[in-house]
Design a protein around this ligand. Sequence first.
Ligand code: MOS
Length: 757
Amino acid sequence: MTRKSLDQGLPRPDAVSKACGDSVYLPDMKVHGMLHGVILYSPVASGKIKKLDVSRALEVSGVQAVVTADNLDGDNSIGLVFPDQELLVKNTVRMVGDRIALIAADTLEAAKTARDAIVLEIEETPGVYDVKKAVTENSPLVHSKTNVFKEFFVKRGDIEDAVVKADIVIEDDYSIGGQEHAYLETQGTLAVPFHDGSYRIYSSTQCPFYVRFRVARMLGLPHNMVRVIQTVTGGAFGGKEDYPDEPAMCAAALSKATSKPVRLVLPRDYDMQCSTKRHSMEINHRLYAKKDGTILGVKVNILVDAGGYAGLSTVVAERANTSAVGPYNIGAVDVNTKVVYTNNLFGGPYRGFGAPQVGAVHEAQIDRLARTINMDPLKIRQLNGLSSEKPIFSTGETLSQPHIYQDMLKIMKEKSGWDKHRLKSSSDGRFVEGIGASTIIYGVNLHWGGSRLDRGASYVTVLNDGSISLWVGVTEMGQGTLAAMRTICSNALGVDESMVRIEEVDTALVPDSGPTVASRATMSGGNAIIDAAKQLNTRLYKVASGILGVSEDSVNCVNAVFSSSASPKTVSWKEVVEKLYLEKINPAAIGWYRSEDRQYDPETGQGRAYAYYTFGGHVVRVRVDTDTGAVDVLETTAVHDVGQIVHRVAIEGQVHGGTVQGLGWALMEDFKLKNGKMLNAGFTDYSIPTSMDVPPIMNMEFIQEPEPQGPFGAKGVGEPSFISVGGAVLNAVSDAIGRDVNTLPLTPEKIIDILNS
Ligand code: MOS
């Protein structure tokens, strides 16, 4: 089953510098003459600005500029998808953390003193803090029109017929919580102005091309006047997808106002309160099934709490909508997803784009059906799941590798010791044990709705000495992209990994490669590298064939040695590169990737939603303390359909990290909100897993059937490694305590509530 990976076993390119503390993260960056920027933000979630007087702030010694909506020299309308958000609020506040003024000063202390000297009066207005209330007629409106700003649908088959023919209906309202990204360094930017009016923006981001687009648009500059350099990024998880543009625009605005470099770094409490979060969702889910367990139909209604602005919520909701049914072949489907403004936290992308929330629900539902008819949970998945015989997904697409789902179920069963633990997991006094499984399907790459961004670029140069300089437009954010890209480049050229050097993205060096999201880095970056390598190989093989005295098409390069089937001679990479330069042949290539065009109908959710799909599954074993509600995770088993392993350490890291982050979401991480204000904005009160919370046993297995569209057959596992965790935990806890569960996270308090209800 397990094949070798493509890598040569070298440590990740970023490993040593990160481990030794050499990497320079944005908050530690300094340039000569740099000012410090801070933000005055709204302490309330809903209100009207009555008074804003910055005169005393300007008198503070060391203050260089105070920028408000009134004197901003740029475009204040900053929405990425919808034009509903201001960089600096002029009249109406819609979220705690809405920016009202920006201050730049010689020192951070002076900037903060000036901020404290600003007179701000906000008249609070009634807000809406419950997404279910926000969709009712008499709810306060967050913007001028309806709070439901976008809807998505899946309509397939005859759902009314399924309702009539069903013997069993499984229905519940699920309440699935959000999550803080908890990246290493908080959001921040260093903006450096140049005398020609251009800017260099250092940004901790996973999407440097978004930063370039929005900073340029705000400043009214052509894109070539804004160069974005991604700084070493210590985790992003979607939290550094669109939000980094906001501090970047703030720093750029202050830089423009002062003609000086400005560094702006959010403090952790402000970052947690204001930056985007995983969306909380309210989901009504109905399964219509026959007595034998066959599911006839599924009806799902999803409310996505977007917070005060659209941001990328529609992108997240679009995927939640498409993923709501799960990896099953079901004849009748009716999904409605509403994206809703509230005055709560700002919803945004987070590892899985809404798929984890709906995944927990479809997996809870299928387990309930299994319990109702007394069938094994893996058996019912086998019965209703995608397979060679039943290859049609809820989008109506006939999948190319549906059998992998069935293979995955078998591996999950064996690898987790399912049958043995199912028998043992019985209630036993205070401590009860349980086991739960969860399976998902994930469309790698962007949904049809965003497919115009589905592109990627690389820039590969063979230098005079034979070393190779590699730039790609997809980012390293801790997940291992630098390693994967280096491995793909060395394989595509036939050289040693140690000959290839790669760094974080610089927008001046590669074309806009779209966002690094949706588990698409390996696919889009990798394919772009292969494209560049093909161009270079044509030239290198020509030179080598001259030296070897053979025809070009008989040449090959392995381990940096060129050989030919037509000759016993060989020639080294170094020698060929020397000749390449002597003959003045172009040693560089820009590689490009574009995903295949696809058709999709947004009214029915039918068509080809994604480039291709991957399956993932988790089995989780837990022990629940029924006195305290605490859950111990005893063992996890992850099985992923990855096409081809590119870099062994990177992929194992993804699965370990995704699993533990998923456990944090499912068991520990809980926003305490009061009128849109986060009461636990800090790591003292918002708990995430530490090394002490990592399960003692974490199994993993990879299915490697090459994906024709992937580089060397690779798929992508960044998000799948997270997505199926929530459902498995929910089902394991439910199995342990013998009760239906309809919420995440399962904090001890909630488990006690369930046990007492
Ligand atoms: Mo994103 S949720 O980083 O694809």
